[in-house]
Design a protein around this ligand. Sequence first.
Ligand code: UDP
Length: 409
Amino acid sequence: MIDTGISSRIPLEEYARILGEGEIEELRALAKPLRGRSIEMINSTAVGGGVAEILTRLLPLAEQFGLNIRWDVLTGGDDFFEVTKAFHNALHGAPYHATARDFEIFKAYNERNQSRLPLDAEFMVIHDPQPAALIEARKKNGNHWVWRCHIDLSHPNQAVWDFLEPYVARHDASMFSSPAFARKLPIPQYLFYPAIDPLSEKNCDLEPEFIAGVLARYGIDPQRPILTQISRFDRLKDPVGVVRAYRIVKRYFDCQLVLAGGGAPDDPEGSVVLKEVLREAENDPDIKVLDLPASAPLEVNALQRASTIVIQKSLREGFGLTVSEALWKKKPVVASAVGGIPTQVIHKQTGLLAHSVEGTAYQIRFLLSHPEIAAKLGESGHQHVKENFLITQKLKRYLTLFLALSGCK
Ligand code: UDP
């Protein structure tokens, strides 16, 4: 079981200060009938990536409302995570020829985890495809199982989806981050936005001296524009495309590029992609490729806050928590119009969208030459996140779902 620790609890009064007492009261009312009842969240990594980020913050908050919530992580060998990463890319639409052996590996590790994990909570929440086959261990007329999908399933590889679909269909409900990701399924499908914790180390206010210290440590010049993309080194995040966009911008502005990314234990491709990025960067002293530890929230926070513009040039994206993180910090964002990103970046209102390397460069140049527009976009972005993508709203959604599943008892 992952221990998020009592020390990571942030007092509810601090959330009330940002969101108003009403929001906390509403959560208390919804949580009351669920107090002491058990919830088990299962995903495939304790650190790295958006799902771990959300669970790290959701648990300490939920516990403060009296919920008996735990978080377990699937274990697997390299062979399992190679298969599941390939499935992940294939479900996002990348070309892939799945073999019978891939499916056997997937099933074998899920079977092993069935006997390792308790799987007996009243509400089981299964995150993403990796643990989807745990549903086989469900007891008849037992607990409630829901499947939370964080990836863009709008154009999945058919063979991989055909393999997963029967597992998904045995859950009581499914949750997707965008209406466009919904599939034809015999179970209810709900829209659930990912969310950030405004008070976590990743998003809280920071002292200017701390931010200056982080910049100094990495040799980043605070006097010149800083363009930043924070992402795992993953081809779907297109870090090489970011370098190419920067090179175009660099012809017009003396700017710097920061590409910061840590790994995740369930992502075996990181080191290969990191090498590709370093090759593309060609020792340009104004490109800082930072291989961060999987969990370095204060550093990520500082880099986001120090940025002139935050980029998220993904080719596919379930949601992209990094976008909400940047908007919360009132940063102008230039991001690709893919997956869950346009829900956060409403073009010309809360940021700018692009569809290519050249488009990304164009929007960055526009913002660098119109700082007053950039500031306005950042302000509206902050408000948009406050209204839609904070962890308190997410908990509310979960509580409502659990109440509905249990017949409001
Ligand atoms: N992140 C991090 N360090 C890194 C790279 C990413 O802490 O070096 C965090 C990032 O701030 C965000 C999460 O990992 O909270 C990534 O979530 P997102 O939804 O953007 O992408 P995913 O990795 O889940 O595809």
